[in-house]
Design a binder for this molecule. Structure first.
Ligand code: ADP
Length: 200
């Protein structure tokens, strides 16, 4: 079974991913993979340099992310060219990691922008959404990081709205006013429902 796990920033998605791993899932961290292909010597670097020129190279030989962001912000065609290079490589690496799962082992794809990107729905069997109110998202991220609250609000505003995300879900865990053991118990119940595996 292939589970797509998603949720807004601060929803508790990473926490749930760890819980699923403890229950026996194989985790594929798509965000880490997306970063790695455009790091120094990353699989996308030769094609990115050929397509966009040396000006998008950072000093370390990886992609200059700020420069690329400003390039694609103003130019939808550039964004499409960038995605046509990155997406197949990210997809291939996700599949390579998924192939390392044991026979019968459930695979959890952690995809922050699953709902926003569209192409993931066909790749997973089930979508699990971790939901929390925006106040809680903000509070958790501020506690976790040194971010300014405006920066967190800006990320929340860029991501899919909660209702939109929930509408794409096969199951939703509302991670609000839940103590960690309660969250773990909800994750375990869902795991048993979906995989038939009863945790010891
Ligand atoms: P995300 O991956 O969605 O950005 P995280 O899983 O990293 O979110 O959670 C954000 C922060 O909130 C972390 O510090 C995490 O420990 C904490 N957290 C998540 N869920 C709960 C909960 N039910 N009770 C208390 N703290 C929580």
């Amino acid at each position: 079974m292939r589970i797509g796990l998603t949720g807004g920033i601060g929803s508790g998605k990473s926490t749930v991913a760890s819980m699923l791993v403890s229950l026996g899932a194989k985790l594929v961290d798509t965000d880490a993979i997306a970063r790695s292909v455009a790091e120094p010597r990353g699989a996308a670097m030769p094609a990115l340099e050929a397509e966009f020129g040396q000006s998008i190279l950072a000093e370390d030989g990886g992609m200059d992310r700020a420069r690329m962001r400003s390039l694609v912000f103003a130019d939808i065609q550039a964004k499409k060219r960038l995605e046509s290079i990155l997406h197949p490589l990210i997809g291939a690496e996700c599949e390579r990691q998924a192939a390392a799962a044991a026979s019968g082992q459930a695979i959890v794809f952690d995809v922050p922008l699953l709902v926003e990107s569209g192409r993931w729905r066909a790749i997973v069997d089930r979508v699990l959404v971790i939901d929390a109110t925006e106040e809680t998202q903000l509070r958790r991220v501020l506690t976790r990081s040194g971010w300014a609250s405006e920066a967190v609000r800006a990320v929340i505003a860029q991501q899919a709205e909660r209702a939109h995300r929930r509408a794409a879900a096969d199951a939703v865990i509302f991670n609000e006013n839940l103590a960690m053991p309660e969250l773990a118990s909800e994750v375990q119940d869902l795991w048993t429902r979906w995989t038939g595996i009863v945790a010891r």
